[in-house]
Design a protein around this ligand. Structure first.
Ligand code: LRH
Ligand code: MN
Length: 425
């Protein structure tokens, strides 16, 4: 959807202004620092969720924007477009059964033709599928009926098998299980049954796979959630074994939770598996990353940069970097481009933090100095560095600019129609 001449024409148009800003910034930072951060940025890829390429909605309504992908093949083409624009979206995370690959090998090759690999697979035991034997109305792995639990375990193992065919190396398990009224559920039995089910799924993991246990405070249950917070997820992951980790979805916390502290401790324990990036003001709003609380996103990456170095983790491959969003009023592809930009900006700013000075300030309880050091990085406009990283990686100086200049959404509506609806949330 983007021809090489269109990309080079766009960059030629923006080159002079970009070079002016980048040269000034590189002088400010010093070339050693600028090159260090550029190298990290070029390697840093963020997986795109296959369920967020169409218009999302709420129980009150859904306002489709048109030109949505009608098949897994078209979803891969859309992620391929994002990757062509920013060379930062080199992976797609599938959700089963919303995106069952008809022919694993063919789908794998199609993705590879767009420079894409498959990140974590996602199972779905929060909806009943047509023809399904047992309902998940009262949960899946926690269910009081062993037949329901068995069905959920088998589904997760089926998802692993699909992932193996695609070259994925991890499974994310998010369970909507819980209760909506006091008295409804035995918390202890629900935990033990869920752990037993996760153990069967864990046993089916290939040797080089990971399982991510995603926690969430509430919704769709509104009294208790059986994997309700980082502590419960850590408990499951610790009892399961070395291939089990926690997954932090930024929207899955109670108001004012200190997510950067949670991230710091899970990383310290070696039990942080990855992220579902998004932003929120109230609940699991699934808004554009960095659109509501960009400082929190920076503080989270500040803990990540420090904690990953402390554990000798490779920044690009040591954790799962994924977006999980839902687009009610924005163009899905524009929203995803903005999320990738915000995530990489927070990462770059975290890499700019003077860690030695920060440690000194902390050890001397110089609180004001510590804040100055952090905010100096957060308040440095590193966008020219992100643009330079894209330019060097063969992408667009302004991905959103090129998307609009080429009227991609109008072209998608012409080929796919206004009524095209993507599977997903
Ligand atoms: C649950 C969740 C989970 C996905 C779903 C689409 O809120 O974050 O990660 O399975 O969204
Ligand atoms: Mn999520």
């Amino acid at each position: 959807m983007i021809e090489p001449y269109q990309l080079s024409h766009h960059n030629a148009q923006h080159e002079a202004a970009h070079q002016r800003k980048f040269t000034f910034l590189a002088e400010e930072l010093g070339s050693e620092t600028a090159e260090r951060i550029l190298a990290r940025l070029i390697d840093f890829q963020i997986a795109i969720p296959s369920w967020a390429l169409g218009t999302g909605g709420t129980r009150f309504g859904r306002f489709a924007g048109g030109g949505e992908p009608r098949s897994l093949e078209e979803k891969i083409a859309d992620v391929g477009l994002l990757h062509a624009l920013n060379k930062s979206s080199g992976a797609i995370s599938l959700h089963i059964p919303w995106d069952i690959p008809s022919d694993g090998e063919a789908i794998k090759q199609l993705a590879a033709s767009h420079g894409l690999v498959f990140d974590a697979m996602n199972s779905n035991t929060f909806q009943d599928q047509a023809g399904q034997a047992h309902s998940y109305k009262f949960g899946s792995l926690q269910h009081t009926d062993a037949r329901v639990r068995k069905q959920a375990v088998e589904h997760n193992i089926d998802v692993i098998r699909h992932g193996e065919a695609l070259g994925s190396k991890s499974l994310t398990v998010w369970l909507s299980d819980g209760s909506s009224f006091p008295g409804q559920l035995s918390f202890r039995k629900a935990f033990e049954r869920t752990l037993d089910g996760l153990r069967e799924i864990y046993a089916a993991l290939p040797a080089d796979w990971k399982i991510f246990v995603e926690y969430k405070a509430f919704e769709p249950n509104f009294y208790s959630t059986t994997v309700g917070d980082w502590g419960q997820s850590y408990l499951y992951a610790s009892k399961l074994g070395p291939k089990a980790y926690t997954l932090v979805d930024l929207g899955h916390h109670l108001p004012n939770a200190n997510i950067e502290q949670i991230v710091s401790l899970l990383l310290m324990e070696g039990k942080l598996g990855g992220f579902h990036f998004n932003d929120s003001k109230y609940g699991d709003d699934d808004l554009t990353a960095g659109s509501i609380k960009p400082y929190q996103l920076f503080l989270i990456f500040n803990e990540l940069a420090d904690g990953m170095d402390a554990r000798g983790l490779d920044h690009a491959t040591g954790l799962g970097w994924m977006i999980d969003a839902s687009h009610n009023v924005k163009d899905p592809l524009e929203d995803l481009l903005q999320s990738v930009e915000a995530i990489k900006l927070a990462y770059a700013q975290a890499l700019l933090v003077d860690r030695t000075a920060l440690e000194n300030a902390r050890e001397n309880n110089d609180v004001a100095a510590a804040q100055e050091i952090l905010q100096a990085a957060f308040r440095t406009d590193l966008r020219p560095l992100l643009a330079e990283a894209r330019l060097r990686a063969g992408a667009a100086i302004s991905p959103l600019g090129l998307f609009r200049e080429q009227q991609i959404r109008r072209k998608l509506i012409e080929t796919r129609g206004l009524k095209a609806v993507a599977t997903g949330l």
